[in-house]
Design a protein around this ligand. Sequence first.
Ligand code: ADP
Length: 267
Amino acid sequence: MFILKIGGSSGINYDLIADDIAALVKNGEKMVVVHGGSALTNEVAEKLGHPPQFVTSVSGYTSRRTDRRTLEIFEMVYCGQMNKGLVEKLQSRGVDAIGLSGLDGRLWEGKRKAAIKIVQNGRRRVLRDDFTGKVERVNTDLLDLLLSAGYVPVLTPPAISYDGEAINVDGDRAAAATAIALGAETLVILSNVPGLLEEFPDEHTLIRHIPAQSLDKFMAVAQDRMKKKVMGAQEALAGGLTRIIFADGRVENPVRRALNGEGTVIE
Ligand code: ADP
């Protein structure tokens, strides 16, 4: 059993990924899929006249500013087209996929941030109307039920706060939390890059192997959104996973390639 996180950046080939999942499932592999949807959300938000905004936290992490309207658009895309689109691709290939958000059955529970401290134009600001948080609890009973009945769960943010509100959470870190809760050994993270690049965007500078104990040093290599992936990997390792692989989601057989060690292998 492994966890497969599929990114939402442009260029990722969902047909090739679905082909590969179908082949693995035919071989009796079990997995939980987690997906993103950032590029399409940006596009739809522009079209709806509520352009995306990104904020940088005091500690240097970038995240989507999620006011109520953004949350609605986020749900349209993540829970709608992205989730159902992926379920359809899998169902048409004979995979009995079931799509759920973190809200459903309180699958991903966590605390909504009361305030987020950001830096804007060099100044510190506090946002209080943001619907964001972090997954702290995973409903493994629900996932076990689905897995033992032969379904492939396809999970998407948002998560749910302890008060029952939808909260935007980082997909990579949610995937890590899911992997830890299920006791999985391997987490595969597919994106639109071959892995962690020493000198982004030069794809010839792929870092192939990172021993778990030196992952900290690589935080500096990751810029903007890649930082969250490295953070997710750190959390996954701390939670007992033995292998996290950042790999290319644009190529043929992307999942099997990743499982065979193509990409950045952290172990
Ligand atoms: P996804 O939505 O697919 O999960 P993100 O867009 O959140 O992916 O993160 C992947 C992006 O991180 C890449 O497309 C790239 O622009 C950026 N990035 C920043 N630094 C690096 C790096 N050192 N190596 C690889 N990608 C990087």
